[in-house]
Design a protein. Structure first.
Length: 320
């Protein structure tokens, strides 16, 4: 069993890596807001979500993680960026017997009101800049009752100005292998494999492709789930060790059935946000979850060091 697991994991990871490397390279990525944390729960554990389960927001991290939810769930999340950018995520998932798990979601970013000026700096008026992403997902078992594969399609819409509008389409593919008696889940996913359909002007930009792998493990004598993820493994970072700088670590500690505490660390964020000789708590995150009957309230805090911090809130409901 272990040999088959290792073989399948390696083969799938190689497939994901080849798929991610085959994307068009060059230029800056568009629609990068899709990398924002889609829930306060995932923000609290530093985004180490590729091998997590039981959350409809998994459609934004690894669609294979939709499995295991025995009742329909909906999640609504919100956070405001440090420069007053309002961001929201809505996700829903439901199992259909004999067909698998289906999910849908929306990501929304409001950049607020902008002032339009001409080349002589004459004020022409105001406009709003917004980003939208629509996601449809599906997950089911393949070959083995513990091996799950998920697939998502995404449609992007971005309006910088009334005259600068862009659209795009992308595909996500993910897998998870769960070993129940060891409380171990291994996950991998390729996100945002696609292309920009309509450019803002004439030049097409690449999508924010992300190949990630990770492991989540429940400890035997402690109500703690540890997760380790490696992100952006497809980036052209030169040496192998530079590719591995994008790792995250998260922990979810269950105090009672009603309360969970979370901690997380993002290595790449901490390195990128270093200013001068001091770095503060940049890259660290924390949060908690409160569960009352069929409702869950989650809060997540992410430190950006000297720059500031972000506060995420989420509300989940299970239709039991």
């Amino acid at each position: 069993m272990i040999y088959k697991l290792i073989r399948r994991t390696i083969l799938y990871s190689l497939f994901c890596f080849v798929l991610s490397q085959s994307a068009t390279a060059g230029g800056q990525s568009i629609f990068s807001y899709i990398h924002n944390d889609a829930s306060a729960r995932m923000a609290g554990i530093g985004g180490s979500a590729v091998a997590m389960r039981h959350d409809p927001s998994m459609i934004f991290y690894n669609p294979a993680g939709l499995y295991g939810m025995h009742s329909p769930q909906i999640s609504l999340s919100y956070f405001r960026h440090i420069i007053d950018i309002n961001t929201g995520f809505l996700s829903y998932s439901q199992e259909f017997k004999d067909y698998g798990w289906f999910g849908a979601g929306i990501a929304y970013v409001d950049y607020g009101s902008q002032t339009e000026v001409d080349h002589l700096e004459n004020v022409l008026g105001t406009f709003n800049s917004t980003d939208l992403a629509f996601v449809m997902s599906y997950a089911n078992t393949v070959f083995d009752e513990n091996l799950f594969v998920g697939l998502s399609t995404k449609f992007f819409y971005s309006s910088l100005t009334p005259d600068h509008i862009s659209t795009g389409i992308a595909l996500d593919i993910g897998m998870q292998y769960h070993i129940p008696h060891q409380e171990l889940t291994i996950g991998a996913s390729v996100l945002n494999f696609g292309r920009q359909i309509t450019p803002y002007e004439e030049t097409r930009e690449s999508l924010p492709l992300d190949f990630k792998i990770g492991v989540s493990k429940g400890l035997e004598h402690l109500p703690l789930v540890l997760s380790v993820n490696f992100h952006h493994l497809n980036d052209d970072a030169g040496e192998t060790m530079n590719r591995l700088r994008g790792f995250t670590i998260g922990g979810e500690f269950t105090i009672t059935d009603a309360v969970q505490l979370r901690l997380g660390y993002r290595n790449e964020m901490r390195q990128d946000l270093q200013i001068g000789s001091t770095i503060g708590l940049a890259g660290f995150s924390a949060g908690f979850g409160i569960h009352v009957q069929s409702y869950s309230f989650d809060y997540g805090f992410t430190s950006l060091g000297k720059i500031g911090s972000m506060h995420h809130i989420s509300l989940r409901h299970s239709f039991k």
